[in-house]
Design a binder for this molecule. Structure first.
Ligand SMILES: [Mn+2]
Length: 424
């Protein structure tokens, strides 16, 4: 055990006095501080199994050592994160990178850390060594029905793996599209993709959801068959009530108003899940909140507002997941930073005075409306986030404890300096 309750207790004891003095103004003056803390305790963000190793670009990859070599070790890593922050209580598996050979044993291992299995993810964006037919020209959209069949069967197979682990959703992200004008008949590509998705949808268990994730460009650079929220919404609507749109922050064209997209999808009951990351140029897969924290806050502002309007449970009614890559950071440290950035944006959104905001809107008081949002955004809510972690049994400062215990060095000595986790 790299981290036990003794480490946590010592760490928290050392920091308790300072924490309490920072928290005091909140518990004294802010009416809904207690409610915010409770909501933060309940809010869990799933960690994808592919984010535990160093990511790479098409130019190269620089592994950092001590990366998980198996699904078991990936679960151990998410377990470690969850022990530290008590907010990473789920893992999202990617098939075929992480096929569980013994579902029961995997489930038990995850349960020992208090982890649930979030959405399972299929992969038809690359060819596997043992695969008969190639996805070079698409999968569910492919002109050849036998390729589509292979891709459909793979997705159904992913659902079965997820069922064995207790997952309740499948995320379908397709790289299908075209790289050059003229390559693809857009309407036929849409229809073939829809028909393929309908077969997968028909294989969903009753209590499952299907998330249709869109992406504006890459790896196809002229057209993407599920390229924006409009096309995803169209597929999800045609598929039926178990199908939803999934929003990945990095999958938009520059300057897209993601918070508005979120508001409309929520209103139409078609927002299913979220992939958090941040970017400056495109699908950069950077740490959540590291480039555009105000955008992250504005998105959470719409999420909270839209979910409350429909009486939804913030913690359980949407799928929350990080989808990022770590090219130059320790993946575990990066994930701790991402989770905290998400919690901060969520807590700030919970601070917004919604009645006053509505009043300002009714009076066309633009300045007041802006002030109300920025007042929440500029509030330091870190004491609330730390208090939520403390109450849930985590560390007051997870990143500091991770470094203090020299976790990465220990992982390297256990697993080796030249390990490379499966993934991107
Ligand atoms: Mn994604």
């Amino acid at each position: 055990m790299l981290l036990d309750s003794l480490h946590l207790d010592q760490h928290n004891q050392q920091r308790l006095e300072r924490h309490q003095s920072r928290l005091a103004p909140w518990t004294g003056d802010v009416a809904n501080a207690e409610i915010i803390i409770e909501k933060l305790v309940a809010f869990q963000i799933a960690i994808p199994s592919w984010a535990l190793g160093t990511g790479g670009t098409r130019f190269g990859r620089f592994p950092g050592g001590g990366e998980p070599r198996s699904l078991e070790e990936k679960i151990d890593d998410v377990g470690l994160l969850h022990t530290l922050n008590r907010a990473s209580g789920a893992i999202s598996l990617h098939i075929p990178w992480d096929i569980p050979t013994d579902a029961k044993a995997i489930q038990q291992r995850a349960a020992s850390y208090g982890l649930a299995f979030d959405a399972v993810n299929s992969n038809t964006f690359q060819d596997q060594a043992d695969q008969n037919l190639s996805y070079k020209f698409g999968s569910l959209q492919h002109v050849d029905a036998t390729v589509r069949r292979q891709a459909i069967d793979h997705n159904i197979d992913v659902i079965r793996h997820g069922e064995a682990l207790g997952s309740k959703a499948i995320t379908v992200w397709l790289s299908d599209g075209s790289c050059f004008p003229g390559q693809l008949n857009f309407r036929q590509a849409f229809q073939r993709t829809l028909e393929s998705l309908q077969e997968i949808y028909a294989a969903l268990p009753n209590d499952w959801k299907m998330f249709v994730e869109y992406k504006a460009f890459e790896p196809n650079f002229y057209s993407m068959t599920v390229g924006d929220w409009g096309s995803s919404y169209l597929y999800a609507s045609k598929l039926g009530p178990k199908a939803y749109t999934l929003v990945d922050l990095g999958h938009h064209l520059p300057n897209a108003n993601i918070e508005q997209i979120v508001a409309i999808l929520l209103m139409e009951e078609k927002l299913g899940g979220f992939h958090f990351n941040d970017s400056k140029y495109g699908d950069d897969d950077l740490t959540a909140g590291s480039i555009k924290p105000y955008q992250l806050f504005l998105i959470f502002n719409e999420l909270v507002d839209g979910m409350d309007a429909r009486g939804m449970n913030h913690a359980t009614d949407l799928g929350w997941m990080i989808d990022a890559s770590h090219n130059v950071k320790d993946p575990l440290e990066d994930l701790l930073q991402s989770v905290e950035a998400i919690q901060i944006a969520y807590a700030q959104a919970l601070l917004v005075d919604r009645a006053a905001l509505e009043e300002a809107r009714e009076e066309n008081d633009v300045v007041k409306a802006q002030e109300l949002l920025q007042d929440a955004f500029r509030t330091d809510v870190r004491p609330l986030v730390a208090e939520a972690r403390l109450r849930a049994g985590g560390a007051l400062d997870p990143l500091a404890l991770f470094r203090q215990l020299d976790v990465r060095r220990k992982l390297i000595s256990q697993r080796g300096a030249k390990t490379v986790a499966t993934g991107l």
